[in-house]
Design a protein around this ligand. Sequence first.
Ligand SMILES: Nc1ncnc2c1ncn2[C@@H]1O[C@H](COP(=O)(O)OP(=O)(O)OP(=O)(O)O)[C@@H](O)[C@H]1O
Ligand SMILES: [Mg+2]
Length: 450
Amino acid sequence: MGRLTLPIRPNKKQEEFFCSQHRYVAYGGARGGGKSWAMRTKFVLLALKHPGIQILLLRRTLGELRDNHIVPLQKMLADTAVYSETKKEFLFPNGSRIKLGYCDSEQDVLQYQGQAYEIIGMEEATHFTYFQFQCLTECNRYSGNMKEKFRPRMYFTCNPGGVGHDWVKRLFIDKLYRDGENPKDYLFIQSLVFDNKYLTENDPDYVAALSALPEARKRAMLYGDWDAFEGAFFPEFDWRIHIVHDPVIPKNAVLFRALDYGLDMTSCLWCAADEKGNVTVYRELNEKGLILSEAAKKIIAMTPKNERIRYTVASPDLWNRRQDSGKSGFEIFVSNGLKGLIKADNARINGWRVVREYLNHPEGVSKLRISSSCRELARCLPLLRFDERVREDASGHPHEITHAPEALRYALMSREPKNAFKRKPKFRRSLYTFDTPQREDGYDSIIQYD
Ligand SMILES: Nc1ncnc2c1ncn2[C@@H]1O[C@H](COP(=O)(O)OP(=O)(O)OP(=O)(O)O)[C@@H](O)[C@H]1O
Ligand SMILES: [Mg+2]
C-alpha cells in the first residue's frame, strides 16, 4: 500500500473502491453516486503509483467518453501527463499510460484483441454486452512494461438496466458463478446518490429529479434496486434447447420467409413449419444499407431454386407509398421478382406472447428451433430487454438488436390464428430491498490507496 497526498477527498465508498484489489470490482449500482469520478481518479492513482502500468478506460460511445473522462482528465492531469488526441491516451513520465476508448458497436471491442492492459475499466458496464466483457477479459493481462509484479484487475461502474444488466447482476449482485469463475475474485461496492455529498449539497434538485422518476426507474436509479427492471425479455431462451446444428427439415414442412426491411438493417429469416406446428429458423440475412431492389435480389439469390417458399411475411409499412418514388416497397419487391408477400400482423404485445409460447420449454422441448448458422437471431433474442413504460413490450433499445427478433415475431404470428394467445404472460417480479443510505461527514485528504 502506498500513501499519496492529493487534493482529493473521496467519500467512504469511493475510498473502499480505491483500496479494492479484487480481480473484478464493480462500483455503484445507482445514479450519481460518484462512480465516474471514482473510476478516473482511481486510475490516475494507479498510474502514479505503479510505473509502466497500462490502463484502458472504456465507455460505450465517444461522446460519453469525452464528456465524462477526457475533458475532466485533461484538467486534472494538465501538469502531470501528456495527452495525445489522436491516440486518446495520457502518458505519464513514469511510463504509465491511461488509454481511453469506446465500443460503439459490438464488434468495436475486437480492436483491443491482442493488446495487453493490467487494468481495464468498463464505465457503465451494463451498457456493454457479455461478449464485449469476455473479449476484454482476454486483454486484461501483464503488458511487459512494469518492473514490479502486478495481478491484472478489471473495474466496473454500473447502473441497473441496459443490455448488460444480466451479466453484471449475475456476477456482482446475485453472485451465481459458473465453472471457471472464482467467487473470491468478485467484489461489489454499492454507492447511491446519498453517498455523494458533492451532488446532494450542491445540486439538491438532482436528488429531487431522481425521486420524481417513474416508480421502477426510481427504484433502480435512486435506490440501486436490480430487480426493478426485469432483465432479459425472453428468460425462456436457452442455447442448449433452442439452438441446433444442421437442423433436419421434414420434407412436408411449409417453408416461408419473414422480413423486417430497413435501410439501417434488413433482416430476413427462412423458416420451416412442420405438421405439429414446430418452427425451425434455418437461414438468415442481416445486412445494412440494402436499398429495396438490392434486398429483394439478395433474398432471391439466397433461396435455392428447388426451395419452395409458400409466402414471405413482411412488416406492414412496406405497403406504404414512398414519397420519393411514389411506389411502395411492396411494389418494388414484386417488380424485382420477390413474390408471395403478405402483410405481417404487427400487434406487438400479442406477437411477443406468441414468441414466448414458442420459446417455452416445459420439459426441455420447445416449439422453436434456430439453426446455429443464424447467429444474429441467436445473439439478439437473449439481449432483448423489457420496455420500461409498456411492461409487456420489448424495448426498442438498443435498436440494432431488435431487427432479427421483429422478423421472428412476424414469422411466428403468421402461423397463428388471430387472437390465439389471449392468456396473460407470467412476469417474474421480486420484492426489492435496499441499504439505508449512508452519509459521510469528514474526510481525510491523505488517502490510502493501491
Ligand atoms: N469525491 C469527490 N470529490 C469531488 N467531486 C466529486 C466526488 N465524487 C463525485 N464528485 C462529483 O459529483 C458529481 C457526480 O459524480 P459522478 O459523475 O462521478 O457520478 P456518477 O455516479 O458517475 O453519475 P451517473 O450515474 O450520472 O453516471 C460530479 O460532478 C463529480 O465530479
Ligand atoms: Mg457516471
